[in-house]
Design a binder for this molecule. Structure first.
Ligand SMILES: *[C@@H]1O[C@H](CO)[C@@H](O)[C@H](O)[C@H]1NC(C)=O
Length: 309
């Protein structure tokens, strides 16, 4: 099983690059996999069969470890159910923010304990910010304040508990910085809906000050605005009984922009580029003049030289 795991094929979509070179190849097997007693209790918790549990566990570890950018400081987990996040995120992450799959938003005591245990085991890693908030209502987290959101087998549990997994993804889109990543291992289909399609088609909420309220009812179908997320890459998790999908989205830099705004942005970019060029040319000019001055012939000589230019 270990051999076949490392051969997991990676589908790379044209939109972005999922780093195939080291993606999906975990360097170390999470230690929990060697503790059958603990795994089986989590298995019951997540309601998955043994095979699906082990496979998704493996893929989650690999994906989070390899697809979290080294520049990421803050990581939020949608629906924290155990201590895995501590183990999976790279050591460069400084803060892990929790959210709950429970309707009262309270993080269960057992989850807190598991997070603490993992943190003790992995000394010197991220600070854990234990927040009692529902995964579908991240009320304690500011807009655009998070570098990475991870969602590991939590959407189905949310649905089971009466939480709105779709809203949890929208909330992820809200708290993520532009360019921030949404990393997931979830069931392929949830309540008859394709998980990836739902996220790929998501539009950010429109600014109500510029939109007439009458138009707002159609906003879900309004495709003249840029989507919230861009798909970086995904793959079906193989060898499982319950179909799962693993992948990465990035919050779009142009999320919510209209076609007009996008064109304006492009035009601005071009303008900025030209300005940068002329500025660079100007700076080169200054350097040249400075260089000319360098062979110190005395102040008078230098000033006559520059006035002659
Ligand atoms: C945060 O984002 C939401 C949705 O994108 C928006 O409605 C809200 O006004 C924003 N809040 C702040 C403080 O900018």
């Amino acid at each position: 099983m270990m051999v076949s795991s490392s051969r997991l094929a990676v589908a790379v979509l044209s939109i972005g690059l999922l780093c195939v070179c080291h993606g999906f190849a975990p360097s170390a097997l999470p230690s929990r996999l060697h503790q059958p007693s603990k795994s089986s209790s989590s298995m019951l918790q997540m309601g998955l069969d043994v095979v699906t549990y082990l496979r998704t566990e493996w893929v989650s570890a690999a994906l989070v470890t390899n697809q979290t950018p080294r520049s990421a400081d803050v990581c939020l987990q949608l629906g924290t159910q155990d201590g895995r996040a501590v183990q999976f995120v790279p050591r460069t992450v400084r803060e892990i923010i929790t959210s709950s799959v429970e309707t009262d938003g309270v993080l269960p005591v057992s989850t807190r304990r598991q997070l603490k245990q993992q943190k003790e085991r992995r000394s010197g890693s991220a600070k854990i910010n234990y927040i009692d908030q529902r995964a579908d209502d991240l009320k304690e987290v500011a807009n655009e304040s998070v570098d990475v959101v991870i969602s590991l087998q939590s959407a189905a549990v949310m649905a089971e508990n009466g939480l709105d997994w779709k809203n949890s993804v929208k909330e992820a889109g809200r708290v993520l910085k532009h360019g921030g990543r949404f990393i997931f291992v979830e069931q392929t289909m949830l309540g008859g809906e394709d998980y990836i399609d739902f996220i790929g088609n998501l539009r950010p909420p429109r600014d109500t000050t510029t939109t007439k309220s009458a138009d707002r009812e159609e906003e879900e179908d309004d495709f003249s605005y840029a989507p919230l997320f861009e798909l970086v890459g995904f793959d079906d998790v193989d060898l499982v009984l319950e179909p799962h999908v693993a992948g990465v989205f990035a919050k779009s830099e142009i999320a919510g922009m209209s076609v007009d705004q996008m064109e304006k942005k492009e035009a601005n970019k071009e303008k900025e580029r030209l300005e940068d060029l002329s500025l660079a040319a100007y700076e080169r000019g200054i350097k040249k003049r400075k260089r000319k001055k360098k062979p110190k012939k005395g102040e008078a000589a230098a000033s006559t030289e520059s006035s002659a230019e």
